[in-house]
Design a protein around this ligand. Structure first.
Ligand code: F6P
Length: 446
């Protein structure tokens, strides 16, 4: 495996001790379970700038850390990956920035990862490369190791070719991915845009749609652990035993539609459709890419909206109308939030898949609760029993939230059980084996 981040990210304390933490985001959560029992190695950034870090073993996966100095992190991660490619591929109104020095750093990091992968993969083995931070790895690795089978998976949306054309290095980037045997995408639209953008360079490879998922059985089981259930009861008590709890869970990212969601909630408070005394909104947001100016601006905007709502709508028995948890929550606490909530609002402006939608339904073992889901997510392609609402249309989002709040238990149960069945039968093992079986047949044919 090659991805920008390893499944664990380290921070270095004064004195040099490295402290591990689970890496953020859906990629690691989805990919790690699919590697168990496969004698896998994983190459990626370990979050530090320590020279020559030793390989580490996590469960049965060997991690080969690539350490990056501050300058490379700034130009590759904060720069080309998250200030050029991320806004370009999501295309939600944040303008991408173009700097040659960022592209050079991108090539340098991709090359380090390709070299490390070339050193640890066996003869004729398979390398699975992940996401937009690593799009040149298939090409660079192919040059070093023509014997290996290469899969690439694009976790985020792929933009229209005319949008991509604004990037000076668009041809190199697309050819970088086209050097893989198989490139996977979340949605048919993403695959089609890639095929259109790649033209002849993708003639000898396969581009296919594989919608990512999660370990449904594990999430569902963990959500029924007595500790989680008890914590969910405690949370509702802490929130003043509301009749309805709305929930948002995201990395704090401008693609997630967090202001749109909060403003929809605010509009419903102003119109009187929501009474803050019996209803609460909980917004969990893990801080993300905090050195990137567009993320700093978003955080300030969210803080302003939350303060305004909490100022204007005090609850008569105390506590805020919107609980904003801007922190990385422990896994158990996150599951308890899902269990304790009634309505999850996923209002992304554009999102590769959105595993929060799937996590929420996996936690609803009693078939209660409603999912309000943006059509601009990969999840919406198959989770058709959600309340689909476009967050760019304020009225549409508000009426979906009201309808969710008033939905009879019978309809909730019908929709939720259909959603759970969809995610249960299309879980992460289904996703991973679809890709790995296709890669295995490439290895056989090759
Ligand atoms: O799923 C999209 C993604 O960018 C992953 O590639 C990444 O691991 C995750 O979100 C978290 O983002 P970051 O690594 O920038 O914290």
């Amino acid at each position: 495996m090659v991805s920008n981040r390893l499944p664990v990210t380290f921070t270095v304390e004064a004195g040099g001790t490295r402290v591990p933490a689970l890496s953020p985001g859906g990629l690691v959560a989805a990919v790690a379970p699919s590697l168990r029992g496969r004698n896998a190695a994983w190459v990626g950034w370990d979050g530090t700038d320590l020279a020559d870090p030793e390989p580490l073993v996590l469960d049965d996966i060997t991690l080969f850390p690539v350490s990056l100095d501050k300058d490379l992190v700034e130009r590759h991660y904060e720069g080309f990956s998250n200030s050029t490619l991320w806004p370009l591929f999501h295309d939600v109104g944040v303008p991408p920035e173009f700097h040659d020095a960022w592209w050079e750093a991108y090539l340098e990091v991709n090359s380090r990862c390709a070299k490390q992968a070339a050193r640890c993969v066996s003869l004729g083995g398979t390398v699975w490369v992940h996401d937009y931070q690593m799009m040149m790895v298939p090409h660079l690795l192919r040059q070093l190791r023509p014997d290996v089978v290469i899969g690439y998976f694009h976790h985020i949306p792929f933009c229209a070719p005319e949008v991509l054309a604004a990037l000076p290095q668009h041809s190199e980037l697309v050819a970088g991915v086209a050097a893989s045997n198989i490139a996977g995408f979340q949605r048919d639209q993403d695959r089609d845009y890639f095929v259109q953008a790649s033209g002849d360079s993708a003639e000898s490879m396969t581009a296919k749609t594989y919608p990512i998922s999660l370990d449904f059985a594990e999430v569902s089981r963990s959500a029924s652990d007595s500790g989680v259930v008890q914590r969910a009861h405690e949370l509702r008590r802490e929130w003043g035993n509301p009749t309805t709890v709305f929930l948002g869970v995201d990395r704090i990212d401008y693609t997630k539609g967090i202001p749109e969601r909060l403003e929809a909630y605010e509009a419903l408070l102003r119109s009187g459709d929501i009474n803050p005394d019996d209803t609460i909104m909980v917004q969990a947001g893990s801080p993300s890419r905090e050195n990137v100016p567009s993320y700093q601006a978003l955080r300030a905007r969210i803080d302003t909206i939350v303060s305004r709502i909490n100022h204007d709508f005090p609850r008569s028995h105390g506590g805020p109308a919107v609980v904003f948890l801007a922190q990385n929550l422990e896994r158990e606490e996150m599951l308890a939030l899902f269990v304790a909530s009634d309505i999850a609002v996923v209002s992304s402006l554009r999102d590769g898949m959105n595993l929060v939608a799937k996590e929420f339904v996996a936690c609803k073992n009693d078939n209660s609760g409603v999912l309000v889901l943006s059509p601009h997510t990969g999840a919406a392609d198959r989770m058709v029993d959600a309340m689909i609402a476009d967050p760019t249309n304020a009225e549409e989002l508000q009426s979906a939230m009201i309808r969710a709040m008033r939905m009879a238990p019978k309809e909730q149960a019908q929709r939720m059980s259909a959603l759970r069945e969809e995610v249960r039968t299309h879980d992460v093992a289904w996703w991973a084996s679809a890709i790995l079986e296709d890669l295995a047949s490439e290895a056989k044919d090759g």
